[in-house]
Design a protein around this ligand. Structure first.
Ligand code: HEM
Length: 538
């Protein structure tokens, strides 16, 4: 049958391609007609008027008028880099993913981002950072779409529009840009107390990283890994920076916002250009795949919970080196499209309700942001695995599909394409048993504990980190106009720790409330502190 492959690049027209990705030495129209002049419109005499028939003028201006695409609804500001991932082979027992086999090298593209600010906002604001990695594996692309914090604000994707509406600038004033210093943010997190864990991470030094190179990354959700024998485990992904985790001080972050709003973007670019390639080690925490989907009493489907590293060691499985800056920011960093559903055989999703909603959201938004259903053909998004799908037509279709029968089975194109069935490298959905239970709009009871791990985080901090957290809450809450919101957040702080609450209350000039429930009895996790950690070495 006729192969139904995509036309790979527009450059394959025979003409040599110049360094800027264009062809030929002469300036042309978009249709290749050589231009005598690009600086003067065609006019009726030197004093005009300008003639409507000037196609070059209209093409040049029309194209410019449409140069902008919508920025991402979240994570609009970011910076990216190319690199290579090398597997240690230490994950081979738990996953059949080919790119994790010993010594295997895979090309990657990483995009770091802030969450709330718009595309032109400052890099050093207090915010969560995105850490999204596209592994171009030969079994299909794997996107690990994580953050620099291991927990998320909400437990169910249905609240995502709500938390983002609360975190983005006030609809009336459109302030503040990319800071948590406003009423709607604190209104949300004090009313949805599941958000308190992520919030304390934001108020900690992790909210103002020194550099993308000094951030940890987390897949947040629990994933299900499946090995060659079909056996499964549950796992969480971690990125460990070789340089260790470092943050700015609040004063540095404030000054840099004015002096160099591109501080992180510049740092990433300069480091790579100087040959100081940023490195991370990828690690996994592995848990038995039990029907309860818990580990040490922690619900693994709750994205507001961590598993302390002291309870489940992070096992290194490979190394990432970023060694090439993008050639064109728009083509690569802006047009890259990540998706949690991009999974290679050997890695599968779980029923974490936040993860399940994300599986829907990303493609949906990208259909608008990238102008239709064919954005997987944009060079930065093209898989490095062979593609033979039955998707056809649509806006911005670049492929010239051969054959007449994009359906299965067929008797016209020799039956092609053939489903892989049980062939090697085929993706197999793990046949997890689905609970026999009534349909409900409810969470498991284990999701109701909103404070013990926040207290765990607080008690795991060094004194100087605690001092920074107190100052961050005081500064950010101090920007609220509504006293009732400050008081409600102080109530949450009382449920975390009386010292934290008292110090912030003093800073705000308000009384410190009493906890509404007994404080959790938790064992601190030294691994949560940035201080005195060991990081990957050669
Ligand atoms: C974008 C991470 C939760 C919707 C992103 C990006 C990252 C990220 C890193 C930027 C990707 C890039 O660089 O292009 C996370 C993490 C989450 C989370 C770690 C929780 C664990 C959610 C949820 C939703 C959501 C629950 C919606 C239900 C989006 C959307 C974008 C985005 C719409 C923009 C995508 C685009 O325009 O290409 N997220 N996110 N995220 N996220 Fe999430």
């Amino acid at each position: 049958g006729a192969p139904q492959t995509r036309t790979p690049t527009g450059a394959e027209t025979g003409a040599p391609t110049t360094a800027n990705g264009q062809q030929g030495a002469y300036l042309t129209t978009a249709n290749g007609a050589r231009l005598r002049d690009t600086d003067h419109s065609l006019k009726a005499g030197p004093r005009g008027p300008v003639l409507l028939q000037d196609h070059h003028l209209r093409e040049k201006i029309t194209h410019f008028d449409h140069e902008r695409i919508p920025e991402r609804v979240v994570h609009a500001r970011g910076a990216g880099a190319h690199g290579v991932f090398t597997a240690y082979g230490t994950a081979e027992a738990v996953t059949r993913a080919g790119f994790l086999k010993k010594g295997r090298e895979t090309e990657v593209f990483v995009r770091f981002s802030t969450v709330l600010g718009s595309r032109g906002s400052a890099d050093t604001v207090r915010d969560t950072r995105g850490f999204a990695t596209k592994f171009y594996t030969d079994e299909g692309t794997f996107d690990l779409v994580g953050n620099n914090m291991p927990v998320f604000f909400i437990q169910d994707a249905i609240k995502f529009p709500d938390i983002i509406h609360a975190g983005k600038p006030h609809p009336d004033r459109e302030i503040p840009q990319a800071q948590s210093a406003h009423d709607t943010f604190w209104d949300f997190v004090s009313l949805h107390t599941e958000a308190q864990h992520h919030t304390i991470w934001n108020m900690s030094d992790r909210g103002i990283p020194r550099s993308y190179r000094t951030m940890e990354g987390f897949g947040v959700h629990t994933f299900r890994l499946v090995n060659e024998a079909g056996e499964t485990v549950l796992a969480k992904f971690h990125w460990k920076p070789k340089l260790g985790v470092h943050s700015l001080t609040w004063e540095e972050a404030q000054m840099l916002s004015g002096m160099d709003p591109d501080f992180h973007r510049r740092d990433l670019y300069d480091a790579i250009e100087a040959g100081a390639y940023p490195e991370w080690e990828l690690g996994i925490q592995v848990f038995p795949d039990t029907p309860e989907e818990t580990f040490a009493g922690i619900d693994l489907l709750d994205p507001t919970k961590i598993v302390p590293e002291e309870l489940a060691e992070v096992q290194p499985i490979g190394r990432l080196v970023l060694n090439r800056t993008p050639t064109n920011f728009f083509a690569e960093t802006e047009q890259v499209a990540f998706h949690l559903g991009h999974l290679p055989p050997g890695i599968d999703v779980t029923n974490d309700p936040l993860l399940q909603g994300r599986l829907f959201s990303y493609v949906d938004t990208q259909l608008t942001r990238l102008g239709g259903p064919n954005f997987s053909q944009i060079p930065i998004n093209r898989p490095h695995a062979a593609v033979n799908d039955m998707l056809r037509d649509g806006f911005h279709q670049h492929a010239v599909h051969a054959g007449v029968a994009p359906y299965r089975p067929n008797s016209l194109d020799g039956g092609n394409p053939f489903p892989a069935g049980d062939a090697e490298h085929a993706f197999v959905d793990v046949p997890v048993t689905v609970a026999q239970a009534p349909k409900v709009r409810a969470n498991p009871a284990s999701f109701d504990d909103h404070y013990s791990q926040v207290r765990l985080f607080w008690l795991s901090m060094s004194p100087v980190e605690q001092e920074h957290i107190i100052r961050a809450y005081t500064f950010e809450l101090g920007k609220c106009y509504h006293q009732a919101i400050k008081e409600r957040q102080l109530q949450s702080l009382a449920n975390i720790d009386p010292v934290l609450c008292a110090q912030v209350a003093t800073g705000l000039g308000l009384p410190a409330p009493q906890p509404t429930a007994p404080l959790a009895d938790v064992t601190p996790s030294p691994a949560l502190s940035q201080v005195g950690r060991e990081w990957p070495t050669d």
